[in-house]
Write a protein that binds this ligand. Structure first.
Ligand code: FMN
Length: 392
């Protein structure tokens, strides 16, 4: 019912009626969540947090997942980009997420691209962004996470009652001012200040919004970055790579080979796409320009199928040897199930939450438990890759 209120009233009011600027709304939401996060251990907050948990989260031990040495209370996480600076780092499990990825952060704090740079394509249930890694920098995220940890929680995301603590990931990108040839140092500097503070780390070489970044997906550029990070990875934290959906199968196969060589914990597939085909939206009302002429990465429903294809390809290519985090267009239990059965051990989402509202995760997780019942699987891990004719 309350989801209907979000979808039937709140969303139309915010998106269509008041035509709120997407970036303003995102910033305001994060400010509220940040303020709540600051006081989250206060006694008066316990009731509010309990209410959020009751409305937004759902727990079922069959949804627990174990992946690259970490335990996840459920397999669905918040994708990178929503909470770049860790403003609400201690709260995401209250909203039902089984893990959350902070960042992308870069070594140098940076403002990102000029506004407007975030657009809703409502008819397509999609988002177009060219934020350009706006963030306060790796050191600021480290300070923030230390502060979150220091204020009493066993982990940055310790929920008040869940048996399994939701892991926190940190996504690293290259600073815009750093030349591509110095990318290794840039990623390594960020990792050095953050390596004690994340449960897993992600190397982002797939954003379309930092000039030249996607070139770092080429094996000869990628290997030294991953080797540099692994050399610093004394605690052997899981290190993953996030890739673009706009790669050929040959490119993906080459990346997978590097990932295996560098002993990565997994691949995150995928980031946003630069493809603009089959969109219902032709012009962005905010700029008056054709969508095909606007720079940026597209996420949400139009990305769903392509990201699932990439997941399926990697799962087949590796015969399930390399864990995959599937992301792109997940808006329902059926979408998450499709990615899991295509080979994803974990799933993430961003745009779906914008369109479905804060109670989305409860419905999604209940739906996943129902999918398990229907398919006759005892747990999520049993479902991974089953639509590929093989079992991980
Ligand atoms: C506004 C916006 C900002 C994003 N920023 C980042 C980012 O900083 N780092 C990153 O790895 N991915 C970023 N992403 C990509 C998402 O993490 C995700 O890969 C992509 O949106 C596909 O998932 P979705 O269809 O569920 O949104 C961003 C996405 C959006 C919509």
């Amino acid at each position: 019912m309350a989801v209907d209120i979000y979808k039937g009233l709140v969303r139309p009011l915010l998106f269509s009626g008041l035509k709120t600027d997407p970036e303003w709304l995102h910033k305001t939401t994060l400010q509220w969540l940040g303020a709540l996060n600051e006081r989250r251990d206060a006694a008066a907050m316990a009731l509010l947090r309990r209410q959020i948990q009751n409305r937004c989260s759902y727990s079922d031990p069959r949804l627990n997942q174990s992946c690259f040495g970490l335990q996840f209370p459920n397999p669905v996480g918040l994708a990178a980009g929503f909470d770049k600076d860790g403003a609400a780092a201690g709260l995401w499990s209250d909203f039902g997420f089984g893990f959350a990825e902070m960042g992308t952060v870069t070594w140098h704090a940076q403002a990102g691209n000029p506004q407007p740079r975030l657009f809703r394509l409502i008819e397509d249930e999609a988002v177009l962004n060219r934020m350009g890694f706006n963030n306060l920098g790796a050191q600021a995220l480290a300070d923030r996470l230390r502060d979150v940890n220091a204020r009493g929680a066993a982990s940055a995301m310790a929920p008040t009652d869940a048996a399994t603590v939701a892991p926190l990931g940190i996504n690293l990108g290259k600073s815009k001012i750093t030349p591509l040839e110095q990318a290794v140092d840039d990623y390594c500097s960020s990792f050095k200040v953050l390596r004690d503070l994340g449960d897993y780390f992600v190397v982002n070489v797939s954003s379309p919004n930092t000039p030249g970044l996607r070139q770092l997906q080429a094996a000869e550029q990628l290997s030294p970055i991953l080797a540099g990070l692994q050399a610093l990875n004394i605690q052997q934290r899981p290190l993953l790579l996030k890739i673009a959906p706009d790669l050929s199968e040959a490119d993906i196969a080459a990346i997978v080979e590097v990932a295996l060589e560098q002993k990565l914990a997994g691949i995150i597939a995928t980031n946003t796409t630069i493809d603009r085909s089959n969109l219902k939206t032709h012009r962005l009302s905010a700029t008056g320009n054709l969508v095909t002429e606007e720079a940026g990465g597209l996420s949400g429903a139009p990305l769903r199928q392509r990201s699932t294809e990439v997941i399926r390809f990697i799962h087949r290519e590796t015969q399930g040897r390399l864990p995959i985090v599937g992301v792109g267009g997940v808006a329902s239990a059926a979408d998450a199930w499709e990615k899991i059965t295509a080979g994803a051990s974990l799933v993430q989402l961003y745009s779906g939450w914008v369109y479905q509202g804060p109670e989305m995760m409860r419905h999604l997780l209940q739906g996943l438990a129902e999918q398990l019942d229907q398919a006759g699987f005892a747990c999520i891990n049993d479902a991974v890759g089953t639509a590929n004719g093989s079992h991980s």
